[in-house]
Structure formats: structure tokens, C-alpha cells
Design a protein around this ligand. Structure first.
Ligand code: IMP
Ligand code: MG
Length: 187
């Protein structure tokens, strides 16, 4: 795992980030998504399955804009290592705590890149016989040859560039930025 090596690097850590979605823009979008989920699941209690770690800030904000009862569970998968290129290998590093059989599951994802992770997750979750499975993703990246997933709730489409902040990392850094931005000088 890379760390900011020197004091200089630490002080300058945000200087190479170009803001794509400001705090305000994210807040509004999350509010819209929360309202849509609340409306669609009005008579049900969905299980929000957040995919760690990247979704932790998104789900924390989103759930407070949802006005109906929800249940939380978390999964952690690893598909990236420290690199910026999808390996295509998905490994569950933390499984759900509860059975989701006969439950309405809403998968909460930070970002869909190749779509491999999500494709794997949906299959894995469907195999547990939930009543329904839907996807809520904050960001959907425009990449060639993408696995197509049916995304019911989507925040933003973004170009094929690497983004950080609002939970998203580059080698575990930048997750705590309150906005989403591009890192300059990267692939
Ligand atoms: P996929 O399997 O290629 O769709 O990759 C999905 C996962 O890769 C996401 O859940 C993120 O954890 C990570 N990822 C993909 N693109 C980015 C990015 O631009 N910034 C940070 N993480 C990313
Ligand atoms: Mg992720």
C-alpha cells in the first residue's frame, strides 16, 4: 500500500485533484436517489447491501435521505489490489452477516467500471433466493466492452478516467475528500 512519503507530499495531497462533482452537487444527487428509493420501496423494508470499502460514505449519506425503514448489511470484495486496472478477479473478503432469502435487496455501489465486480455480486446474491435484487450506483464509467448490468438508481455517468474522493480511493488514499475528482498525472 502506498502512503504519502514526505511532509511535502502530505501538504500537497489535494493539489493534483481536479474536482468533478462538488459536495453540493453530490448532496443534491444523493437526495434525489434517496427520494426515489423511498418512493419505490414505500411498503417494503429493503436490505441495503453496501459494497465496501468504496461505498461507505455514499451509503452513510444516502440512507439518511431514505425516509422508510431499511436494514443494513455489508460485503467487501477485492478486485483491484492497489492498481488502477481491473484485474477481473473478484474475491469476497467479507460476506453478508444475515440471510437475504425472500428479502428485497438493494446493492449500493460507489462506482461501476468494467462491471465485473457487480456482475459477480448480482449472481452471488441472486443465488441466495432474495425476493428482488436492484442496483444503486453513484457513478457509472464509460468503458469499452463493459459488462451490462441493469442499474435502477444511478447517480452520474462519467468518462473513462480514474476518480477519487467521497469513499473512492487510489491505493487507499483520498477516500476522505468530500468531493469527487480526477487525479492528474495518472493513467
Ligand atoms: P469493476 O469490477 O471494473 O466494475 O470495478 C469496480 C470497482 O473498482 C469499484 O467498486 C471500485 O472499488 C474500483 N474502481 C473502479 N474505478 C475506480 C475509480 O475510478 N476510482 C476508484 N476506484 C475505482
Ligand atoms: Mg467498490
Amino acid at each position: 500500500m502506498e502512503q504519502f512519503a514526505s511532509e511535502n507530499e502530505k501538504n500537497d495531497w489535494k493539489d493534483n485533484i481536479t474536482i468533478l462533482f462538488s459536495e453540493e452537487v453530490l448532496r443534491k444527487k444523493v437526495e434525489e436517489l434517496g427520494a426515489a428509493v423511498s418512493k419505490d420501496y414505500a411498503s417494503r423494508t429493503p436490505v441495503l447491501v453496501a459494497v465496501l470499502k468504496g461505498s461507505f460514505i455514499f451509503i452513510a449519506d444516502l440512507c439518511r435521505k431514505i425516509s422508510i425503514p431499511v436494514i443494513f448489511d455489508f460485503m467487501a470484495v477485492s478486485s483491484y489490489g492497489d492498481s488502477m486496472v481491473s484485474s477481473g478477479v473478484v474475491r469476497i473478503t467479507k460476506d453478508l452477516d444475515y440471510s437475504i432469502e425472500n428479502m428485497d435487496v438493494l446493492i449500493i455501489e460507489d462506482i461501476i467500471d468494467s462491471g465485473r465486480t457487480l456482475n459477480y455480486l448480482v449472481k452471488n446474491i441472486e443465488a441466495r433466493n432474495p425476493k428482488s435484487v436492484e442496483i444503486c450506483a453513484l457513478l457509472d464509467k464509460d468503458v469499452p466492452g463493459k459488462f451490462k448490468n441493469k442499474i435502477k438508481y444511478k447517480g452520474f455517468d462519467i468518462p473513462n478516467k480514474f476518480v477519487v474522493g467521497y469513499g473512492l480511493d487510489y491505493a487507499e488514499n483520498y477516500r476522505n475528500l468530500p468531493y469527487i475528482g480526477y487525479i492528474e498525472n495518472t493513467v
